[in-house]
Design a protein around this ligand. Structure first.
Ligand code: NDP
Length: 499
């Protein structure tokens, strides 16, 4: 049976990049863009080859070196950022539909959360920069030293496909707020809403401040990162890709932020409010169609409650509504691409080969047609060393493991190359404190699923990333510190050569 789920919207016949407010010169191959909800091709993307990328970096460079943006006072810059926020809110429905058209994420979630977050990112940084101050040091010997934070330059921003507008807007808003100019490269799979957002923002921003290039990471992204006129690289995506990008940026000594993968532990103690922990565990692994870096994908459950908890989880997972991303009752839509769906499902065989057991799901929902729908899936693993306990699957696929003591839980949570987030569920404060003190992860959530605070740093230990995103961390990353020393009353200098 095939399903003809309607498309959320239509896309232009062809889309491409935007450089200084005009269509980019392209020059690369044509790339098809698909709706994951039906597998239908919805448009063609013109790839920006190395010359078009060089033009985009050139436009951003000119806008930085000679344009008004880095020289605007923070109040004027904050006012423009607030207009950006409003423009996104005014176009929320259209942006959410375009985002749905190439991600397959649930439309309601895109409208209520992703696009609102995209708008909020601009409002947040508008407020944040008004609170920034430099430093002044009065030295004992009559010297005055000041530290000012100056815009860093041209920022190359590389965004992934799992939450394109929400993640790209964070990078754009932060880079712009501190006076930088940008070249943004979305994933070739998910260019649609970002292209529209850049078009809208380009009408508000001075020419050349925000530029867009499109195409494959290995072509367009690689040319962008290798350009020596780029002063900062901010990347969100897979760990392997992060390694490539950082090596390439390293040749130009370009500072990078890397927000990479995870295999985050979701630790559930018998002392938890178990209904809440169950809701949290389901949200932790199945939100955003299971495609999120901060997924609680290793679910560690205290042995005494393991069987009951897993049973309740499986029962609830089986009732999750998988289907049309546009339906108000859908909880999980399709995965982002056919290749990704096949990769996620391949982990069922990998789990079983390593001695694990499939608890629920594990198959394509062929009854939903040609889209890339997968049943919410969970397995048990015989040990934390197995591939399903160590590798990022990036889909609606949870791996259960039991533990006996808090020490064992913390040790298991830390036994991974990653360290992005960790979730802890317990109403016993000493247990919470003893575990959170030992967890090696950038962000800990206690008795709550994902709760982002933009003023706080977000990012990971180890293979989960380099540096952080969020208020202060972005201020440090997107600026250069300039230290200036002046004698208030010039003291005599050591008289070299006067003898
Ligand atoms: P990638 O990490 O390869 O893609 C992320 C972005 O980087 C895309 O815009 C991509 O472009 C670009 N890119 C790829 N190669 C280069 C390069 N050499 N130079 C510059 N830019 C480049 O994601 P994948 O789609 O390959 O996903 C692989 C795995 O990564 C996933 O299965 C998941 O485990 C993880 N992942 C983690 C994310 C997170 O939020 N931390 C987000 C996405 C993926 P393009 O797509 O056009 O090739």
């Amino acid at each position: 049976m095939t399903h003809g789920f309607a498309l959320p919207t239509t896309a232009p016949d062809r889309i491409g990049g935007l450089v200084a407010g005009k269509a980019s010169s392209g020059g690369g191959v044509d790339l098809p863009v698909f709706y994951p909800g039906t597998g239908a091709q919805v448009t063609v993307l013109t790839e920006d080859g190395p010359e078009a990328v060089a033009e985009a970096v050139g436009a951003a460079r000119r806008a930085f070196d000679a344009g008004p943006w880095p020289r605007l006072g923070t109040e004027a810059r904050a006012a423009v950022l607030r207009t950006c926020q409003q423009v996104i809110l005014d176009n929320a429905d259209a942006l959410a539909r375009l985002e749905c058209l190439n991600t397959g994420l649930v439309l309601r979630e895109l409208r209520d959360r992703h696009v609102r977050r995209a708008a909020y990112n601009f409002g947040f940084f508008a407020d944040f920069i008004l609170q920034q101050a430099g430093a002044r040091y009065d030295q004992a010997d009559g010297y005055l030293t000041t530290v000012s934070l100056e815009p860093a330059g041209v920022a190359a921003l590389i965004a992934p496909w799992n939450a394109p507008v929400a993640l790209a807007s964070m990078k754009v808003a932060a880079a712009l707020a501190f006076g930088n100019t940008c070249v943004l490269k979305p994933s070739e799979q998910t260019p649609l809403a970002i292209a529209r957002m850049v078009e809208l923002l380009s009408e508000v921003l001075p020419e050349g401040v925000l530029n867009l290039v499109n195409g494959r990471g290995t072509v367009t992204g690689a040319a962008l990162v290798a350009d020596s006129r780029v002063d900062r690289v901010s990347f969100t995506g897979g760990t392997e890709t992060g390694r490539h990008i950082m090596s390439a940026a390293g040749r130009n000594l370009t500072p990078c932020t890397m927000e990479l993968g995870g295999k985050s532990a979701n630790i559930i103690f018998a002392s938890a409010d178990l209904e809440r922990a169950l809701d949290g565990a389901l949200l932790g692994i199945f939100s955003n169609n299971g495609q999120q870096c901060l997924a609680g994908s290793r679910i560690l459950v205290e042995r005494s409650i393991f069987d009951d908890f897993v049973g309740a989880f499986v029962e609830r997972a089986g009732r999750i509504v998988v289907g049309d991303p546009m339906s108000d009752t859908t909880e999980i839509g399709p995965l982002a691409s056919q290749a990704h769906m096949e990769r996620v499902l391949s982990y069922v065989g990998i789990a079983e080969a390593d001695g694990g057991t499939l608890l629920t799901g594990g198959a394509r929902r062929a009854d939903l047609g040609e889209g890339y729908y997968v049943s919410p899936t969970a397995v048990t693993a015989p040990s934390n060393d197995t591939r399903v306990a160590q590798e990022e699957i990036f889909g609606p696929f949870g791996t259960f493991l039991p533990f006996y003591t808090a020490d064992e839980a913390a040790a298991m949570a830390n036994a991974t190359e990653f360290g992005l987030v960790a979730y802890v569920w317990s109403d016993h404060l000493p247990t919470v404190m003893s575990v959170t003190d030992r967890l090696r992860a950038g962000v800990l959530w206690v008795n709550t699923p994902m709760m982002r605070e933009l003023r706080a740093p977000f990012g990971g230990y180890g293979a989960s990333g380099v540096w952080r995103e969020g208020g202060r961390a972005c201020a440090d990353f997107y600026t250069e510190a300039k230290t200036t020393t002046i004698p208030k009353t010039p003291p005599p200098l050591r008289p070299l050569g006067r003898a």
